[in-house]
Ligand binder design. Sequence first.
Ligand code: C2E
Ligand code: CA
Ligand code: CA
Ligand code: CA
Length: 276
Amino acid sequence: AKRSSRNCVKIYDRGEPNQLDLDDSIAELLRTALAAKRVSLVYQPIYNITSRRIEAVEALMRLTGSDGKSVAPDVFIPIAERMGLILPLGLWAIRTACEELLTDGHVPKVSVNVSVVQLQSPGFGLAVAAILAEANVSPRRLVLEITEGLKIEGKTEAIKSIRELHSMGVEVWLDDFGTGFAGLSCIREITFDAVKIDRSFLHASSAPRGAQMLKNIVDLVRGTGCETIIEGVETPEQLLVAAKEGVDYAQGYHLNRPMPAEGIRALSPWGKEALK
Ligand code: C2E
Ligand code: CA
Ligand code: CA
Ligand code: CA
């Protein structure tokens, strides 16, 4: 959500009076996107820092405009949420990730981002169970990433969905930890399997105060019994920092850019050079 606001700000900053027109054209695109096959998934590996193995790949949605250019998810996801289209799109993403990468053992797990709108929709857990059964995929190989910005408090249906998914064996990770106001109450109220620390903390860790904060956040998360993931690893130095702090998993451009399923299949699951 924060990056969506960043993108919106960018649009507003240009002083364009036609933000609504832009939203309309994206809405139009979204309405036919599934049928027109204009949505796709790319995947980014998440490595176990110690074993150097791929632990999971994160699915990231892409939308291609009629001009062939792609629209950023930060821009189209909020619009899809408002239109109620996030429900079919979100289920499509889970189904597609299962079909593209979980029908064999090439990657252990796939993580898919879910929005609170999906979690709040009654029957979400059942729909996920149906997709897994249909694809003949173990629930333990699916991870759902929930962004901290979701303000879970009072959202009883969303909490119910999370508990339901958990009891089915689906892993649940908290995304963007540290960016919202809800993070601490979130990790207090809900059992997450892992917490993804927002990349801003890693990027700020080259300064002494930033380094201390990252250390404290990692310790805080670990203290709740969750595994830790650091995202946005862009340099060898940042990878070293993550390793030094004892972070469990790492993801970022320094390791791999997001890529189509074929790219993931071509990767060796062993011995990532950058992690040696
Ligand atoms: P996110 O879940 O925090 O995903 C990580 C974003 O960081 C992705 O942007 C990824 O491409 C980018 N990234 C990966 N490595 C690096 C790095 O080293 N440095 C930097 N600066 N960025 C890196 P992307 O693909 O544009 O997605 C943006 C956001 O859109 C995601 O943030 C997620 O919140 C949302 N999103 C993407 N796909 C879906 C989806 O299928 N469903 C839902 N509900 N949201 C999605
Ligand atoms: Ca994510
Ligand atoms: Ca983030
Ligand atoms: Ca994130």
